[in-house]
Design a protein around this ligand. Sequence first.
Ligand code: F6P
Length: 550
Amino acid sequence: MPPTTLPAWQALLAHQREVAPLHLRDLFARDPQRFDRFSLEAAGLFLDYSKNLITAQTLPLLCRLAQEAGVTRKRDAMLAGERINFTENRAVLHTALRNRSARPVPVDGQDVMPEVRRVLAQMREFAEGVRSGALRGHTGKPYTDVVNIGIGGSDLGPQMVCEALEPYGDRLRAHFVSNVDGAHLARTLKRLDPQTVLFIVASKTFTTQETLANARSARAWLQERLGAESAVGRHFAAVSTNLQATAAFGIPPERVFAFWDWVGGRYSLWSAIGLPIALYIGMDRFEALLAGAHAMDEHFATAPPERNLPVILGLLGVWYIDFWGAGSHAVLPYDQGLLRFAPYLQQLDMESNGKRIDSAGSEAAQHTGPVVWGEPGTNGQHAFFQHLHQGTRWTPADFIVPARSHYPLGEHHAMLLANCLAQTQALMLGKTREQVRAELAAQGLDGDALARLAPHKEFPGNRPSNTIVLPQLTPAALGSLIALYEHKVFVQGAIWDVNSFDQWGVELGKQLAGRILDDLRAGTVSPAHDASTAGLLHALTRAGSAPGST
Ligand code: F6P
């Protein structure tokens, strides 16, 4: 059912007109309980959502929308292993991968948990073998470097987590190669010793062009340097649902880690796709990451909507996108470890909800997923925060901040925290023309000079944000944070009635690239191409783009 036809949708349209003239400054001044009313702690995370364009009536109305859209029913269907990914006829069970309870999780009547536990045990044995030096390379040296070769969900999640949990990375160095641009692999290999490197080829399908090209080139590099075909078995492992293809690549079965079609690529870091994480921080800490996510799953599954963190974040997003016209959403972690969090969320959110067709096959009558973007603070402050504070468009933002740092260096962390809170405060309060005039007058300005400068120094404020506080960026807190966003994305997809678990939108480009590659290989330009593609091919050929050219 299109959400726009639901009674709550209509009620929210009317409610938005009531809230639009209000200013957050006044809402805070009027209600001393606002922070208590609009903040919440669960699964180790604290959420302050008081700086949103909402009144006491807004959340109940949004929760009514969730209820009318069947969010709870859809959530329960996902957790029960129903085939909710209806365009691929698959269940969606990343929650089973981090199920730390004894509850079975059935798909078509078959409990998936024994298989999940089997692969976790296999990961543990392998990770411990590599980390302890019991498993070694072809020439007998212990491994020092792990190179994950994968792209999209087979790269972004493990890469983001390894970056975030760097303080726990105690034995091996982790590298990630994703781009088919040869520079990515070549620049990584330059720094490595073939005798001590372990490649993990990570691909759900094991058909992804970029990953296979990088894996083949890495294999050739290794063979050339170690001089033996048999070295491949000692220096490669694979993670995939396609076990035939991994065998064809020459990876011995004991170094192949399986996962299943009910794990979406962008939801797969909890599966064996997380192997580089387990190698980097150890299996106990990988399991702590799973436990953190499980705690959020339990919260999502049981808390009432108005006390449910992912539901609240999801509903607030829908509120801004569909009732206020926001087109993008900023993610601003005040933690250098979360350097790769925004790129990770881009795939999670934009590949899940960047959809325009609903479950009935009709074009959506409202907007769906936003553009997700961001950078860690304080760097972002010196780049795009100007736009956040004074641009003509406003962007709802999530600020994410740990109370404690892993690197307590002088006053650095206090400065980081102060900047984070100051930015949310500035976005919310703004600075009025009167305040600006008074400040300028105090600096000795008056007359025309003051009048000319004042509007430029004014901040409209009333720009919404959430603040998510973690005690510290630990494996458990990170697991909970990632699961929070996964479920937020789920809630939004459920309201918009789109399939958040397919990604047909990535297929056309792949198909067309195949045809263009044929031309580039043959040095021809097919007459079937449009004039722009043909013209570009000619221009590239003139500039020396033949395969193998430098
Ligand atoms: O092209 C998009 C995509 O299919 C993503 O959804 C996926 O995470 C990525 O490619 C990698 O796919 P695979 O793990 O099968 O190599």
